[in-house]
Design a protein around this ligand. Structure first.
Ligand SMILES: N[C@@H](CCC(=O)N[C@@H](CS)C(=O)NCC(=O)O)C(=O)O
Length: 218
């Protein structure tokens, strides 16, 4: 398998965790988002949406959208499962994953930040306020969902990691980078600690990748 990746990409972080949990070896192709390499013709031919990640399994075609890739990996390599066995549990886990991947994260990606800066001419402080606002909104939504539900265990759903944790850790990483006070989100923070204690999560961390700038490497 070939994974198109950038160290800081939170959507790619998700796929790296799933590959690690399932013990699947992967060749990594680095696409530098900081130099807009996602818009160069060679990557555009892999993923016309010009976003990471993309995953090529064997002869392809390239798979795109991190949640679709996670579902694919889970179908083709079922162990360990990324979704619970029961339909309501699967709906809950997918719902939590989508709160991050479909609601929170899209407001933070480079093309949105660039539009705010280059087209709407927002200054740095206003753009930072935008990011911090949406990160906190998603944290509050996650906390509300996790804190009230008895299905929440050491992880988002019970005591084994699922797709929900895979998405949650990326969002918490964004919150840490934005230096958001996490005191109001104790359940999210606790689940984050449980997940990041697992080597499959820890080694996928954005600051532990071969293309992570040396000054930022953990
Ligand atoms: N919903 C997509 C998000 C894809 C996405 O926006 N990826 C970011 C990195 S995390 C990206 O490549 N952005 C490039 C850009 O915004 O120009 C997924 O889950 O795969």
């Amino acid at each position: 398998m070939k994974l198109f990746s950038f160290w800081r990409s939170l959507a790619t972080f998700r796929v790296r965790i799933a590959l690690n949990l399932k013990g699947l070896p992967v060749e990594t192709v680095f696409v530098d988002l900081d130099s807009d390499a996602q818009r160069a013709s060679d990557y555009r031919s892999v993923n016309p949406q010009m976003v990471l990640p993309a995953l090529v399994d064997g002869d392809g075609p390239a798979l795109f959208q991190s949640l679709a890739i996670l579902e694919y990996l889970d179908e083709v390599h079922p162990e360990p499962p990324l979704l619970p066995a029961d339909a309501k549990g699967r709906a809950r886990v997918r719902g939590i994953a989508q709160m991050v991947a479909c609601e929170g994260h899209p407001l933070l990606v480079p093309r949105v930040r660039q539009y705010l800066e280059r087209e709407l001419k927002l200054d740095e402080a206003t753009r930072v306020a935008w990011s911090r606002h949406w990160i906190a909104e998603t944290l509050a939504a996650l906390e509300g969902q996790l804190a009230r539900d008895p299905h929440t265990g050491a992880f988002c759903h019970g005591d084994k990691p699922t797709m929900a944790d895979i998405c949650l850790v990326g969002h918490m990483t964004a919150a840490q980078t934005a230096q958001i006070n996490l005191a109001a989100y104790p359940t999210v923070a606790r689940v984050f600690e449980s997940a990041m204690a697992l080597p499959a999560f820890a080694s996928a961390h954005p600051r532990r990748q071969p293309d992570t700038p040396a000054a930022l490497r953990l």
